[in-house]
Design a protein around this ligand. Structure first.
Ligand SMILES: *Cc1c(COP(=O)(O)O)cnc(C)c1O
Length: 430
């Protein structure tokens, strides 16, 4: 099923990218646990190394199990192709790598996964890259932040940890105006809830560690290209539009057209950065992704119930879930993520930092972990963990104030989750 564009989501999440094994007929995608692939001849090997023929060389670059996953995620996102990586953070570096260089910057939403704030705010400086953080509710601020050294805009569709829903279309318009790609981290929404490409996104990044795998077993990441951006429209993207010395002066965009970004991601990105997904991880994520729509429906249903209960509870100060009619972002659901606002939100507990710490220690079903998007319900006190390294201003911008806990609502019985929270809130606030 290589061209599955006419099939529905439930069919594609099981079949896209996969076909019965050509040698054995194996119906489930085999784990191709191999490092290298035998060349048919010396000429075949030379053609592969020159990118004149597509095929398998070495698993740092491509692997058949990983390739099925990349195609599946890309198909679900409505992209032209994808590249899998060792983690979501690897995907972010890999996504920026063809676009950036010393002195260049990315204009990024300040509502982000805590690890991304640190990666963009500190670590990428060592490459000579930088991020300008902006409030994406203030479109004039976003527009004004773009300068001649900007090479991309970046945001999350449903932003972690606050459950904020981004107006992707408005950001895409600003990116278009400046001839820049918009990169959307679609981890918290998944392509079942949100299709950023339909709203004008150029590139999608994922932490497949979360909902796409869904069972908390392996870390992984993915990049999907919409295939619609013209990398040669200006001279801002020489890695894609100009001759590549390592491939005898080949120009990626001229040679591969809309597949240029994806080919560069494999032939230069994975080749030289080596942030490769292994076939075992791809296998676990392929198993998970088969039930993505079923899980996401239940995640949303449970999150709506739990959030509504919490909002009415006198021990709770506030709940950020965008699926609640009281949320300022509720109206965006219909356009940005019509099947629901996800299952990730925060709530503020009366009693502040101390009460939050007691709450996470008193829960039985909810696990206190630094993860999200698992079938299991998870909770974390962001201010003392994931967002600990941020300044108080950054914590506030990210929705991770000291009196706030973040929950990732699982697919257990919602009444059990509510009872667990009820008991723990009593222990935390009495
Ligand atoms: C977890 C996460 C990441 C980082 O992914 P890893 O797989 O942990 O490297 C990036 N963005 C978002 C929104 C995430 O939730």
């Amino acid at each position: 099923m290589s061209d599955g564009t006419s099939y529905g989501f439930d069919t594609l999440q099981i079949h896209a990218g996969a076909r019965p094994d050509s040698d054995t007929g194996a119906r489930q995608t085999p784990i191709y646990q191999t490092t290298a692939y035998v060349f048919r001849s010396a000429d075949h090997a030379a053609a592969l190394f020159n990118l004149q023929e597509v095929g398998y060389i070495y698993s740092r670059l491509t692997n058949p199990t990983v390739a099925v996953l990349a195609e599946r995620i890309s198909t679900l996102e409505g992209g032209i192709g994808g590249v899998c990586c060792s983690s979501g953070h690897a995907a972010q570096i890999m996504a920026l790598f063809p676009l950036m260089g010393p002195g260049l910057n990315v204009v990024s939403s300040n509502r982000l996964y805590g690890g991304t704030v640190t990666q963009f705010g500190r670590t990428i400086h060592r490459f000579g890259w930088s991020a300008k953080f902006v409030d994406t509710e203030n479109l004039e601020e976003v527009d004004a932040a773009v300068d001649e050294n900007t090479r991309a805009l970046f945001c999350e569709s449903i932003a972690n940890p606050g459950g904020y829903i981004t107006d992707i279309e408005a950001l895409a318009k600003i990116a278009d105006k400046h001839g820049l790609p918009l990169i959307v981290d679609n981890t918290s929404a998944t392509p079942f809830l949100c299709k950023p490409i339909d709203h004008g996104a150029t590139l999608i990044v994922h932490s497949t560690t979360k909902y796409l795998t869904g069972n908390g077993t392996v870390t992984g990441g993915a990049i999907v290209d919409s295939g619609i951006f013209d990398w040669s429209a200006n001279d801002k993207f020489p890695s894609l539009s100009q001759p590549e010395p390592a491939y005898h002066g080949l120009k990626f965009h001229e040679t591969f057209g809309p597949l240029a970004y994806m080919f560069h991601g494999i032939a230069v990105g994975l080749r030289d950065l080596g942030m490769t997904m292994n076939p075992q991880a791809a296998h676990y994520t392929l198993l998970g992704i088969e039930t993505l729509s079923l899980r996401m429906k239940k995640h949303v249903e449970n999150a709506e119930k739990v959030a509504a209960w919490l909002e009415k509870d006198p021990r709770v100060e506030s709940v950020t879930y965008a699926g609640l009619p009281s949320s300022p972002y509720y109206d965006r659901i219909a356009t940005v993520c019509p099947k629901g606002a996800g299952a990730l939100f925060t709530f503020a507990v009366k009693g502040g930092y101390e009460a939050c710490v007691k709450l996470v220690d008193s829960l039985e079903i909810f696990s206190h972990v630094a993860n999200l998007g698992d079938t299991r319900s998870l909770i974390i006190h962001s201010a003392s963990t994931t967002h600990r390294q941020l300044t108080p201003d950054q914590q506030r911008a990210a929705g991770a104030d000291p009196n706030v806990v973040r929950v990732s609502i699982g697919i257990e019985d919602p009444d059990d989750l509510i009872a667990d929270l009820d008991k723990a809130l009593t222990a935390a606030t009495s």
